[in-house]
Design a protein around this ligand. Structure first.
Ligand SMILES: [Zn+2]
Ligand SMILES: [Zn+2]
Ligand SMILES: [Zn+2]
Ligand SMILES: [Zn+2]
Ligand SMILES: [Zn+2]
Length: 221
């Protein structure tokens, strides 16, 4: 059974599960796997964007209340005003659509970043979400690519504390792994992820589907 969403009231959106990534028409970010979709209009929403809450909180921002906005709130009417640009405090990306915003402190979170899993496991290695600012094992930087220096962003950190991955970079890894997989175009779903191999992670072969499932799986439906 489909459901409608205030951002696309004309048709019902149906839950689909395709492997191919998509761009969410709510937050304008990449998504994998599950999506709420209008086939007729080619309109897709993340589960997180479909079931947004009007207000919410987050454990990393104690005592802050976030409100949902269709578009990031602005201070002026100037087009392309840089001062009004908003950046996600989790992944560091420029926010182009749906956002949870804290009016008081000015924090911003993509709906998906707000709902990021606390931990996931790949090949037996457990990763935990943290507010750390250590050097990322993927991009080799402390600062998030394409973001402002004041945005520290979050990372997934391995239990042994050896590997740190920006939330931003985990997304990049998934997109890259998917591209490699389609480029190889064989039936085998497990792909060799070269960059991970050079890091000599215990993860030699990353099963993209498992990783996507692990990261995007929600505790509650
Ligand atoms: Zn979205
Ligand atoms: Zn439609
Ligand atoms: Zn402005
Ligand atoms: Zn984000
Ligand atoms: Zn990184």
């Amino acid at each position: 059974m489909g459901k409608t969403h205030s951002s696309h009231p004309e048709h019902e959106l149906e839950l689909k599960n395709y492997q191919k990534p998509y761009i969410c028409d709510g937050c304008k970010e990449f998504g994998f796997g599950k999506r709420y979709r209008c086939e007729e209009c080619d309109y897709d929403l993340h589960e997180d964007c479909m079931f947004k809450k009007s207000t919410t909180t987050h454990k990393f921002f104690k005592e802050s209340t976030f409100k949902f906005y269709d578009k990031p709130p602005r201070k002026c009417d100037k087009i392309n005003c840089n001062k009004c640009k908003r950046y996600c405090d989790a992944c560091g990306k420029h926010i182009k659509g749906f956002v949870y915003h804290c009016d008081e402190k000015g924090w911003d979170l993509h709906p998906c970043c707000h709902n990021l899993k606390n931990e996931f496991k790949v090949d037996g290695v457990k990763f935990q979400l943290g507010e750390t600012v250590s050097k990322c094992s993927w991009c080799n930087q402390k600062k998030i690519k394409d973001s402002l220096s004041r945005i520290k962003g979050w990372s997934y950190v391995s239990e042994c504390d050896t590997y740190h991955f920006h939330v931003y970079c985990v997304m990049e890894m998934l997109i890259e792994a998917w591209r490699n997989e389609t480029a190889n175009s064989n039936d085998c779903l497990a792909v060799d992820c070269l960059a991970l191999e050079t890091l000599e992670l215990p993860i030699q072969r990353v099963d993209v589907n498992t990783m996507i499932m692990e990261i995007t799986r929600r505790e509650t439906e």
